[in-house]
Design a protein around this ligand. Structure first.
Ligand code: PGA
Length: 262
């Protein structure tokens, strides 16, 4: 299975010029590095919607893909939803994937099971791939509730399949799960590779139980992945790549992580 390394830029960088600098740095580093082969690792970046079209234009004819960070729950296309951006609109801007259910969306926008079910449905109707984020909080981790929390969050996929059995075909290869413990995001704290591996095994088994063609689900780890710890995650066969926040904002560290997984 080819690894995925995805840069979640969140609400960064501040200006279009800074976006250009980051992107040029990344592409220059990729071309200059003879040891890095993009054939061995899928690379993707997820800029803010405002930068999506420009980033996509620059990435055309390169192997780096472009993802949105979120889409509207209200409509897959158009409508009176001030401030929202639909699946159709991000596709038009060049995104081929979208992140959904990131813990920052769950926390700051109160994204619920129903909301994420809507978003996932809209994504697939517009042929957008989905990087679906799941993970437990520190309190849930301390209470040893990780698997229970994860099962609950994964039930969005089960409900989607129950509602629309025909969608199964388009899910294969168009769905990636990113396991991101909330307490590891941006904190410098990481679970052990063993813990991540066991959790990924559980996720793969659970999703495989939803539909035959969801066996061998790509499951990424996210949360304080950096150039120094990427190797240890990459060595584990259950960890199919990384969703990277802070370290994706510097070309060198993002490429170092990509190399670890390629
Ligand atoms: P981090 O963020 O790498 O800065 O911890 C990961 C994420 O939020 O996807």
């Amino acid at each position: 299975m080819q690894a995925w390394v995805i840069g979640n830029w969140k609400q960064n960088p501040a200006t279009s010029r800074d976006v250009d600098t980051l992107l040029e740095g990344l592409l220059t580093a990729i071309y200059a590095d003879t040891k890095f082969s993009s054939n061995c690792c899928n690379l993707m970046v997820a800029p803010s919607d405002i930068h999506l079209a420009a980033v996509n234009a620059r990435l055309k004819d390169t192997s780096v893909l472009c993802s949105a960070q979120d889409i509207s729950a209200h409509s897959a296309t158009t409508g009176a939803y001030t401030g929202d951006c639909s699946a159709q609109q991000v596709v038009d801007a060049g995104a081929t994937w979208t992140i959904l259910g990131h813990s920052e969306r769950r926390q700051y926008h109160q994204e619920s099971h129903e909301c994420l079910l809507q978003k996932m449905t809209h994504a697939f109707t517009q042929n957008l791939g989905v990087v679906f984020c799941i993970g437990e909080t520190q309190t849930q981790y301390d209470a040893k509730q990780t698997l229970e929390v994860i099962d609950n969050q994964l039930s969005v996929i089960k409900d989607l399949l129950d509602q629309q059995p025909d969608i199964t075909v388009s899910l294969a290869g168009r769905l990636i799960i990113a396991y991101e413990p909330v307490w590891a995001i941006g904190t410098g704290k990481v679970p052990t590779v063993y813990e991540v591996s066991k959790t990924h095994q559980h996720i793969k088994q659970t999703v495989a139980g939803f539909a035959n063609n969801l066996e061998d689900m790509t499951v990424l780890y996210g949360g304080s992945v950096n150039a120094d710890n990427a190797d240890s995650f990459a060595l584990d066969s259950m960890i199919d790549g990384a969703l990277v926040g802070g370290a994706s904002l510097k070309a060198e560290s993002f490429l170092a992580i990509a190399k670890a997984f390629s």
